[in-house]
Design a protein around this ligand. Sequence first.
Ligand SMILES: *[C@@H]1O[C@H](CO)[C@@H](O)[C@H](O)[C@H]1NC(C)=O
Ligand SMILES: *[C@@H]1O[C@H](CO)[C@@H](O)[C@H](O)[C@H]1NC(C)=O
Length: 395
Amino acid sequence: MDSSSVFLRISLLMFLFIFTAYKNVHAANIFSIRDNKAIPDGKTDCSQALSSAWAKACAVDGGTVLVPSGTYYVKSALLQGPCNGKTIFSVMGTLKASAAPISQESWIEFNHVDNLAITGNGVFDGQGASTWAHKHNQNAKNFSPGTPSLKLKFVRNSSIEGITSMNSKMFHVHVNNCDGLVINHVSILAPEDSPNTDGIHVGASNNVHISNAKIATGDDCISLGPGSTNIDISSIKCGPGHGISIGSLGKYPDEENVAGITVRNCTLSNTQNGVRIKTWAPSPPSSVSDVTFQDIILNNAYNPIIIDQQYCPSNTCSHKGESSVQIKGVKFINIRGSSSIPAAVNVVCSKSRPCQDIEFLGLNIIVNGKGQPTTATCSNVNAKFLGNQVPTRCA
Ligand SMILES: *[C@@H]1O[C@H](CO)[C@@H](O)[C@H](O)[C@H]1NC(C)=O
Ligand SMILES: *[C@@H]1O[C@H](CO)[C@@H](O)[C@H](O)[C@H]1NC(C)=O
C-alpha cells in the first residue's frame, strides 16, 4: 500500500468514527413527548409530558423536544430557560389548545431561552372559535383580550421555521422582549372575522427578521408595538387581514420608541389596510423613526397607505388632545396595485407634533376594477411626493 491509500483508509475510519459518535449523541438528545407519557388522542392533557421533555432537552446542549405526528391536547405550557446550550423544539404533529378560555398569559410560552430553534411542519391549533364568539357578543367595556398561542419572551438568538399556527384565541405569535430572532416560512391561518388574531406581534424587541410568511387572519398580519427596533420584514403574503402595522402606539405611559423598520417585497390581497402607522390621541410622548415600506403589491386593499395619529378602533375616544408620538423619517417606495376606494393615501398626523420627513416615491395605485387614479389626503405634514406617481400629491 502506498502512503496515500493508507492516508485515505485512516481518513475514512476517522470519518466513520466521528459520524457514528455524532449520530449517537443526536439520538440520545432527542426527547419525544411520546416517551414522556403524551397520548395523541387529542383529549388527554399532554402539558406535563411537554414540560418533562422540555426539562430534559433544556438540560443538555443540542437537546431536542420532539412532538411526533398525532394530535396532542395541551392545556398550557411555560417552557423556561436558561438552557444548557442550543435547544430544538421540533413539531411534526399538532399541538391543540382547549376550546375553553385559558387563564395563563399565553398558551405555549418560551421564556428566558437563548439559541432556541422552533422547527417542523407541525401545527399549533389555538381552538379560538369560542373565544371569538364571546368577544363578538360582548360590549366594548367587558372586552376580554384572549390569550396568544405561541409566545416568546426574553428569547435571544433564536428562530421559528416552517410551523403553522391556526385559529389562535388572540395573537398567533407574540414576540416580547426578544433580541435576535429569525421567523421564516411560517403559515398563519384564522378566519377573516376572528378578532385580535394578529399573525405576528412584536413588542420591546430588537433585531427581528420575518420572511416568507403566509398569513391569512382576522387582524394585522404583522404588528409592531412599542420598543420594536431593527425589524426587517420581507416576502410576506398577507390577506385576508388588516395589513402590516406599526402600532397601535401611545396607549400607555413610558412606551419605548420604534426605530429602524423595513418592510419589503410583500403582497397584500383583500386586506383592510395595506401599510400603516397608528397612534392614539391624546397620547404620551415617544417616537417612530427610520421606517421604509418598499416594493409592496396591493390587491384590492381598503386603506392602502395610512398614518393615523387619531387611532380609535371602536370610535369611543373623545380625542381631547393630540398624540405626542413623533413620527419622523418614513419612506413609501414603489407601492403599487389596487385600492378598493379612491382615497389610497391617508396621512393624519398630530397637530402638536407634525410628522417630519415623510416621502412617497414610485406609487402606482389605481381603483380596483375601475382603473381610475387614486387620491391622497394629508394633514399636519409636509409630505414629499417625488417624481411622477399615482396618487400624484396630497389634495
Ligand atoms: C447572539 O448573537 C450575537 C451575534 O452573533 C452574539 O454576539 C451574542 O453573544 C449572542 N448572544 C447569545 C445570548 O447567544
Ligand atoms: C419576494 O417575495 C416572494 C414571495 O412572496 C419570493 O418568492 C421572492 O423571492 C421575493 N423576492 C425578493 C427579491 O426578495
